[in-house]
Design a protein around this ligand. Sequence first.
Ligand SMILES: Nc1ncnc2c1ncn2[C@@H]1O[C@H](COP(=O)(O)OP(=O)(O)OP(=O)(O)O)[C@@H](O)[C@H]1O
Length: 224
Amino acid sequence: MANVISASKLTLAYDGGRKEIIKHASFSIRKGEFVFITGPSGSGKSTLLKSFYGALKPKEGKLTVGGLDMGRISRGKLQELRTHMGIIFQDYKLINEWTVEKNVVLPLIIAGYSTEIQQTQAKKLLRHVKLTEQANRYPLELSGGEQQRVGVARALSKNPFLILADEPTGNLDEYSSNVIWDLMENACDQLGSTVVVVTHRIPTIFNIPYRHFIIENKGIYEVR
Ligand SMILES: Nc1ncnc2c1ncn2[C@@H]1O[C@H](COP(=O)(O)OP(=O)(O)OP(=O)(O)O)[C@@H](O)[C@H]1O
């Protein structure tokens, strides 16, 4: 099956290249796979994810995402690529002045979908994340777990080919965590999205096959 992400001798660094975080890593992630990335604090998990959505360019080596060379990608192509990704952050990054429903369909608004499609999709997703009742409320009126469920619904709203999540259930209660894991499993299993999740802890109950990479001493190793 085709690779969605492919890295060859990838080196990632900060501070003008002086501070190397990942060194000469080679790996690939195929279409439709679910991948967990773990590793000690400060090992470079978020850094690796950043390179996948183009917020950090490779210092050396080659990284391709969706067939595009992330070292050479133009700003326009990167923007276009990101519209086909669902990115989930630990701190939600919701628009607090917008209702829950409008936050969920933000990617559809950007893509110019009709109001009718937006409303149908919002209804379906809010049902999936169990927030139907909260559709017209604002993010700051919700709990952290509810806000993250809005963040996940938004990330899935345009059926992305690639979902990238950085500690999506970090400090959340068990109920919200379970809703989120269910939804991501479903996106992978039913819709065929490729899902890459950075986490400190892989959930104990996980219902679909997955691969597990660990980052250690600047290297990336597959442990499962
Ligand atoms: N913008 C930046 N400039 C310079 N150094 C950075 C920058 N962002 C992160 N770092 C450093 O890069 C290293 C890896 O950070 P990263 O956030 O990727 O780790 P992590 O594995 O996600 O950690 P955690 O589990 O604690 O979230 C750390 O030493 C961090 O201080």
